[in-house]
Write a protein that binds this ligand. Structure first.
Ligand code: PLP
Length: 409
């Protein structure tokens, strides 16, 4: 099918096959479509100079206003936000500790997490120097009990070695965030919340701060549709200051070092930090400008209209696919595993002529490649997410799926 990807696209020009994204905001296939006004802001930002710390101070004020937090920071992704958040809870305002990370001998370095909140992304905590101490069980997952983690288990794990509590926000994570923050704050321990993909709804910008989170991390490259390599951290002013001190380029002459006071209280510091653990995760003026503009657009967007569009597209895809022999489809509601509804396609290989794995492999060999969701392959299920598809691309996906099934396969 011609016309899904414009002829002479940059990927054509470079010589790399393009992808049609039927699986949502996945980093490995490019995340999301950046908003055109954000691209425009990046192009304009690229042509002149600005002090990066001034841009971060302005971003901080805007993030604070949107989230209700004291301050904010733009990182090179939500994962970088988790690393920097951990670094802030490890080092605080201590310049010597900043200099030592990720080496933590003599520094409280444990981050407590319910075992059911462990993800591949928590490598970011360990990269900052933290040791993860996980508590609770997987009883619910294994069918061996009703509760994965009790609040007292988190409290019992807190000691003099505790730097923070790590929490992954999903509609079904337990215990509720406000229960965890109450326990943490009784012991003066901060809570870092990974809410990378929990937008929309825009109300979530402030919800986790309201629930007591000390730092909340969102991805800038998912539904916000800012630059792919951006993320947002919102939270306590002192922790954001520590993040700034460990992330900004610090090749500074002490006599003239004058960081923006809204972000860094230089007068209270007795020394200029060295390049910190966050320096390899730099954020450029282009990303900062792009994210700030994307945030504005995201807030102005008609979310109900967007939700209807995703719902309609998912329903249409589901109807067409349900007519294929051996395919059974259902549509999930949004705000469960994904913020958008998804089409769940259960494949009966003996009737469809392909297994879910065969289908996924064949679709990835198309040109343009087609990527569908593969988290449930072991159940012979593929999922289709409408968020990153146009209607024309959805037609291409349906056409290619139809071409990949049947007796000849
Ligand atoms: C996407 C995601 C991340 C990583 O976000 P980036 O902005 O790509 O770094 C971290 N945690 C969760 C739960 C995510 O969904």
């Amino acid at each position: 099918m011609d016309g899904v990807v414009e002829d002479g696209s940059i990927y054509d020009e470079i010589g790399v096959p393009p992808v049609i994204n039927a699986t949502g905001t996945k980093t490995r296939i490019g995340g999301s479509r950046i908003r055109s006004e954000a691209v425009d802001a990046m192009v304009r930002a690229s042509d002149s100079f600005v002090r990066i710390s001034d841009m971060q101070a302005e971003a901080s004020a805007r993030i604070a206003e949107i989230t209700g937090a004291e301050a904010g920071y733009v990182t090179s992704g939500a994962s970088a936000g988790l690393l920097l958040g951990a670094a802030a809870t490890l080092a605080g305002r201590d310049v010597h500790r900043m200099d030592r990370l990720p080496e933590t001998s003599g520094i409280p370095d444990e981050i407590i997490m319910p075992r059911t909140h462990r993800t591949g992304y928590d490598h970011a905590f360990r990269a900052a120097g933290a040791t993860i101490v996980d508590v609770g069980t997987n009883d619910r997952h294994l069918g061996t009990g009703a509760t994965n983690v009790e609040p007292w288990e988190i409290e019992a794990a807190i000691s003099d070695e505790t730097a923070a509590i790590g929490y992954v926000q999903k509609s079904y994570t337990e215990p509720p965030l406000e229960v965890v923050t109450k326990i943490a704050h009784r012991h003066d321990v901060p809570v870092i919340v990974d809410a990378a993909a929990e937008l929309p709804p825009v109300e979530n910008f402030s919800r986790f701060i309201d629930d007591g989170a000390d730092l909340v991390v969102f991805s800038g490259g998912k539904a916000i549709r800012g630059p792919q390599t951006t993320g947002i951290v919102a939270g306590r002013r002192d922790l954001i200051e520590s993040i700034a001190l460990q992330q900004l380029d610090m090749h500074a002459a002490a006599a003239v070092w004058d960081p923006p006071s809204a972000l860094i209280d230089g007068d209270r510091l007795d020394a200029v930090p060295r390049q910190g653990i966050g320096r390899p995760m730099k954020v450029g003026k282009e990303e900062l400008a792009g994210l700030i503009v994307a945030l504005e657009s995201f807030l102005e967007e008609d979310q109900a209209e967007l939700a209807r569009e995703w719902q309609d597209r998912a329903a249409r895809i589901s109807t067409v696919l349900s007519e294929i022999d051996g395919f059974e489809t259902t549509v999930t509601s949004g705000n469960d595993v994904s913020v958008s509804p998804e089409v769940v396609v259960h494949i009966v290989p003996s009737e469809a002529g392909v297994s879910a794995t065969d289908l996924v492999r064949a679709l990835r060999r198309e040109n343009p490649r087609v990527f569908v969701g593969t988290d449930r392959l072991d159940e012979n299920i593929v999922t289709i997410n409408p968020m990153c598809l146009t209607d024309e691309e959805a037609d291409y996906v349906l056409d290619r799926i139809e071409a990949c099934v049947g007796p000849s396969h």
